[in-house]
Design a protein around this ligand. Structure first.
Ligand SMILES: [Ca+2]
Length: 158
């Protein structure tokens, strides 16, 4: 299965299905394999960020830079595991963990101001200045602090 020119066997399909905790049906996995083969232009069994960004739909996505970094060097099994975050069979907890990984750009299990600025920069491009992004994030952080304080007060006063 490492070489994308090989045929996906029933064993491969079941192995991939187990690896992605059955987030996809066997038919889904066959379809994803065909898509993976299209993306793997040099047929080395791995997707590079350049191959990912060569797809016009991905290239125009504001989060394509982040996504391409996460996809860079994935084999088919890892590719399916990555996409399982978008499956309707995936739990909310798994989706939240995935989104956290998207924002944790330094992969240090923390999402800090710098990570959020970087994601906001990818999303807004030239439509916002760096200062406008900072203000937007600080306001959002202030709102979160307000709501957190409000609910803590309600919890302790009730
Ligand atoms: Ca490749």
């Amino acid at each position: 299965m490492g070489n994308t020119s090989s045929i996906l066997t029933q064993y491969d399909i079941e192995e991939v299905q187990g690896h992605c905790t059955h987030a996809f049906s066997q038919q889904d996995i066959v379809s994803l394999y065909n898509r993976f083969c299209q993306l793997d232009q040099n047929r080395n069994g791995f997707i590079s960020s350049d191959e990912f960004l060569s797809v016009p739909e991905f290239a125009v996505n504001p989060l394509s830079q982040v996504s391409s970094q996460m996809l860079d060097g994935l084999n088919f099994k890892e590719f399916v595991a990555f996409l399982s975050a978008f499956s309707s069979r995936t739990t909310l907890q798994q989706k939240i963990e995935f989104m956290f990984k998207v924002y944790d750009l330094e992969c240090n299990k923390k999402v800090n101001f710098k990570d959020l600025m970087s994601v906001l920069r990818d999303l807004t491009g030239s439509f916002m200045t760096e200062q406008q992004r900072e203000v937007r994030l600080l306001r959002a952080a202030g709102s979160l602090y307000f709501f957190e304080s409000y609910f803590l007060c309600r919890y302790y006063l009730s």
